[in-house]
Design a protein around this ligand. Structure first.
Ligand code: NAI
Ligand code: MG
Length: 363
């Protein structure tokens, strides 16, 4: 869906901690620049919710934090996490409540080998696919417990929860996405080893497929599929998996195209009933925080996903194009990509490349 020219979007920005803050700030400028080139507007509300907020107030966000976010058109997040605060506190105090309250049941991760990047694979291939991860149920559930704890009979149960509603909606999203791309979908399963939930997933996949005659769906065991990510990634277009399978496959996907500094992600509520959240895959990187050397490209690409979601596909494509323009020139790279440029140098280069891609510049 394309937004009207002149449209204004309310964005809640949560820079967070560590390099999250260092990369969000310059990226807001780049996205504002894109908005002015393509004639729309972004109104930013900066929210200082973070581990510092936790140290000061005892919580990652205010008690009415979710209510403050609800009216936003999108949430733009850097990263949270600080060595002084346990990771489960920062995760469960901010990210998980947002994903759950706003029913962001699709985690979307583009896996694309950009121009100028040498992935770790020996031969450069034309890699451009998307991983759709179920983001709200499945293997990551609190159902389970410990029996006879601390005795010889100690027993631990961890239940997976797959609901018809939850499986249907994420598969439907993946089929629609595949229909809008090449029509090729791979569904990750493990029905040979996991004998209840995975056959259920496969059955709903087959039912959904009946409504999408133009999509060719291939169900693959997740172990073999992991090998395919490395051995023939150029054959993939849309890959859909449960929460656990999607988590592992999407990190593997990020690794085969150049690593954490580049990888973007979106947590989507596809119906738009609630705001969706856009965040890079990387964390707050305490080991390099405060040095001005973080790679901002993952955050910039994440911003492009957000522009696309807001209905500005041309601006989004131009931002990704500007990233590729910069990567083709190997002199302006951060350390993680083998260079010595700083965050600000790379952000400035992307801004210049974007200016050359604005509609007026193309005539
Ligand atoms: P991390 O992604 O922060 O860092 C892993 C390694 O990759 C580090 O060596 C780091 O320097 C490097 N790296 C990451 N992003 C980079 C970038 N943009 N440019 C250059 N190098 C980059 O993961 P880690 O170390 O496991 O976690 C650190 C903290 O971040 C923890 O507190 C963790 O809980 C949190 N975290 C938060 C996430 C989020 O907010 N969504 C996601 C992942 C971790
Ligand atoms: Mg992961």
């Amino acid at each position: 869906m394309n937004a009207q020219a002149g449209a204004r979007h309310e964005i809640a920005a949560i820079p967070g901690d560590g390099i999250g803050r260092e990369v969000v700030e310059p990226v807001i400028e780049i996205l504002d620049q894109a908005a002015s080139h393509w004639d729309f507007g972004l109104s930013w509300t900066l929210l200082p919710w973070s581990c510092e907020h936790y140290a000061r107030h005892g919580s990652m966000m205010p008690a009415d934090g979710l209510d403050q976010l609800r009216p936003a058109d999108a949430i733009f997040l850097g990263a949270v996490g600080d060595p002084a605060v346990p990771d489960h506190v920062s995760l469960w105090g901010l990210l998980i409540p947002i994903r759950r309250a706003f029913d962001q049941y699709v985690n979307l991760r583009p896996v694309r080998l950009l121009a100028g990047v040498d992935g770790p694979l020996r031969q450069r291939a034309d890699i451009d696919f998307v991983v759709v991860r179920e983001n709200s149920e499945g293997e990551y559930s609190e159902a389970g417990g410990i029996l006879w704890g601390g005795t010889e009979r100690e027993a631990v149960l961890q239940e997976s929860v797959f609901t018809r509603t939850g499986v249907e909606r994420v598969l439907r999203y993946a089929f629609e996405l595949a229909a809008s791309r090449s029509g090729k979908l791979v569904s990750a399963t493990k029905s040979n080893g996991i004998v209840h939930t995975m056959p259920f997933w496969d059955r709903i996949c087959a039912e959904t497929a009946a409504g999408f005659p133009a999509v060719h769906v291939d169900t693959q065991h997740v172990d073999a599929l992991a090998a395919a990510f490395v051995q023939r990634p150029e054959t993939l277009d849309v890959v859909v998996g449960s929460n656990l399978f999607g988590d592992i496959l999407s990190d593997l996907g990020a690794a085969v195209v150049g690593g954490l500094g580049l990888a973007p992600s979106a947590n989507l509520n596809p119906e738009g009933r609630y705001p969706s959240m856009f965040e890079p895959v990387h964390g707050s990187a305490p080991d390099i925080a405060g040095k001005g050397v973080a790679n901002p490209l993952g955050q910039i690409w994440t911003g492009a996903l957000m522009l696309d979601h807001l209905g500005h596909p041309e601006a989004a494509a131009a931002v990704v194009g500007a990233i590729e323009d910069v990567l083709r020139d190997t002199t302006i790279r951060t350390r993680d990509l083998g260079g010595s440029a700083g965050t600000a140098d790379v952000a400035r280069a992307v801004s210049e490349a974007l200016r050359d891609r604005r509609p007026a510049a193309l005539g």
